[in-house]
Design a protein around this ligand. Structure first.
Ligand SMILES: [Zn+2]
Length: 578
């Protein structure tokens, strides 16, 4: 008897008992002893073992068999719309958004789902009634820099890497929309009676502006239980608060290059160098892929030393370009740093080009300038750490939610100077007032040390969210555990921030696997075909468990269930005697 069989058997039981949750504990125990996992057995799980109804399992299998391929072609029709926030336009006026909505409408119609355009929100539903299961997604995407992609980021690429579906929005969050729609279609095909209307909500400005969604929710009654499919599995019950510190290093008058007393030979040889440009990053919530420094007045020895140091940096690639121009001692050196972009809520998955470039330049004495102070700020206040270790007393962590992260995401010269954006994700444990105080203290210390007045200092502290009492937590954990053979999945906390914060009882459920790099917001966004198919199964099963009535099954479904239940009774008895 395989483990899988015993899990399915347990699933049949839950259908028989209807409220199967209380029954689950003994299954959990027998499952664990069967696994012989002493580390886990030593501490009995609080959560029940994975088990889902036979019906959910069967409809999920049907969805996969019937619509697996079709979901991929449907996804390929959504990716080409560049639903990127654009200045001067809104989702109501932007042709790409209008086209995207038209495509969603046509897809909904072809699947027999109801469709309603509410402006910033599109509702796609199955079933009637006041009681609803809400499924929260978004249709807007982050910008993509085509120069980093092998193929057009807005064309679904399923060829260049076998098993991968590559394109902007595949993981975040158009893939999730398609999966949810086909899960609903499978349920519709099977004629299951619903005790909750399934309502997919597609918001169109999740990446840029939550205000229109908040406004929408003032006269829209959301479901009382919601699933957000914009993060990761198993189930996210805590999200860190999206936070930000912005400041500007002001423009500075040119000062004559003053040779300083060298601390070491290297500094002496570069005493007349000047940093003429330092910038990097693409947008607030992405760990920068690229950064650029422009330097003049460096001697050959220092450049050679820089190249050595550059090649020793893990995960970074550098380009050194020299031009000799008149009036410059040795011409200008442009250093282009390439790291690895990632979502700023998971900075450990990327290599920050800005902080690494700043680190590379550490130890060179540059004449005082806006760019030199910018690099110094990054070196001294951020460094290569990911958790605000160098930023005064700001760093802290929570046992469940983990450490606050701090990523330098944008360094951008403008009319006032160079703006620096630090994107932070904070767990519970400190108040916004305390964080604000610590931030200002840290910045004051730095300004005093360098005789600089930072301009435009702004802070924003988003609220961390804890949602560990939602009624459908156990069901979602069971669905995940069942389809991934995970004995006792536990809820997780993430650094990302989804709009689930705005909905009652909203739990994040996928679409990314735990421990697997999240590629949304990166310049290599993809979802594997295998994951896409697994998501189709899991969303179908979750919708069945949460929205389908077990009492109003078709005769065929009842018949199937009875048979499986008999088997389950047998195998269940065997298992408990193991
Ligand atoms: Zn998203």
């Amino acid at each position: 008897m395989t483990l899988k069989l015993s899990l399915k058997a347990a699933g049949a039981f839950s259908l028989l008992l209807c409220s199967g949750l209380t029954f689950a504990t003994s299954q959990a125990d027998s499952h664990l002893s069967a696994q012989g996992d002493s580390a886990v057995s030593a501490k009995p799980p609080l959560q029940a073992a994975p088990k889902i109804s036979a019906l959910a399992d069967r409809v999920a299998q049907y969805a996969l068999n019937t619509y697996g391929d079709e979901t991929i072609s449907a996804l390929s029709t959504l990716i080409p719309f560049k639903t990127v926030e654009t200045e001067g336009m809104t989702p109501l006026t932007h042709p790409e958004f209008i086209g995207f909505k038209a495509q969603l409408k046509s897809l909904s119609q072809s699947l027999g789902l109801d469709y309603s355009d509410q402006g910033y929100v599109v509702l796609i539903g199955l079933g009637e009634g006041e009681q609803k299961l809400g499924v929260i997604t978004h249709g807007d995407v982050q910008p993509a820099d085509a120069s980093f992609w092998q193929q057009d980021p807005f064309t679904l690429d399923s060829q260049s890497q076998p098993g991968f579906l590559i394109g902007r929005g595949t993981e975040d969050d158009k893939g999730a929309i398609v999966t949810a729609m086909y899960a609903m279609k499978a349920i519709k095909d099977k004629g299951l009676a619903l005790n909750r209307r399934i309502e997919l909500l597609v918001y169109l400005a999740e990446e840029s502006d939550w205000a229109p969604l908040k406004a929408f929710l003032t006269d829209f009654t959301p479901a009382d239980i919601n699933i957000t499919i914009d993060a990761e599995y198993p189930v996210v019950t805590a999200e860190k608060g999206w936070s930000e510190i912005r400041l500007t290093i002001p423009k500075m008058p040119k000062t004559p290059k003053m040779p300083k007393m060298p601390k070491n030979g290297k500094a002496a040889s570069s005493a007349s160098a000047s940093l003429d440009g330092f910038s990097g990053g693409a947008f607030d919530s992405q760990v920068p892929q690229q950064a650029v420094a422009k330097i003049s007045g460096l001697d050959k020895k220092t450049i050679a030393a820089l190249k050595d140091k550059a090649s020793a940096q893990q995960g970074m690639k550098y380009q050194f370009e020299q031009t000799s121009s008149e009036g410059q001692v040795n011409g200008q050196l442009t250093i282009t740093a390439e790291g690895k972009s990632t979502h700023s809520s998971t900075p450990e998955a990327g290599v920050n080009a800005v902080t690494h470039l700043a680190e590379l330049l550490k130890g060179i004495h540059f004449a005082r300038s806006e760019s030199a102070m910018t690099a110094k700020f990054i070196q001294q206040m951020v460094g290569l750490g990911l958790y605000g270790e160098q930023f005064g007393d700001i760093a802290y962590e929570d046992d469940f939610m983990g450490p606050m992260t701090l990523a330098a995401t944008l360094v951008k010269p403008n009319d006032q100077g160079t703006e620096i954006v630090l994107n932070l994700r904070r767990p519970v444990g400190k108040t916004p007032e305390q964080l604000d105080l610590e931030t200002h203290q840290a910045l004051e210390g730095w300004q005093a040390q360098h005789q600089v007045s930072l301009e435009g200092i702004e802070t924003y502290w988003g609220e961390p969210k804890l949602m560990d009492k939602a009624p459908h937590l156990q069901t979602l954990l069971s669905v995940f555990g069942h389809f991934t053979d995970t004995p006792s999945p536990r809820p997780v906390a993430i650094g990302g921030s989804t709009n689930s914060k705005l909905f009652p009882n909203a739990l994040s459920f996928g679409p990314a696997m735990p421990g697997v790099e999240y590629t949304g917001h990166s310049e290599h966004e993809f979802i594997t075909k295998a994951q896409f198919m697994l998501n189709l199964q899991m969303y179908t099963a979750a919708f069945v468990e949460l929205a389908a009535s077990t009492e109003e099954l078709s005769e065929q479904a009842k018949q199937g269930t009875k048979q499986k239940t008999k088997q389950a009774a047998k195998t269940g008895a065997q298992r408990t005697s193991d």
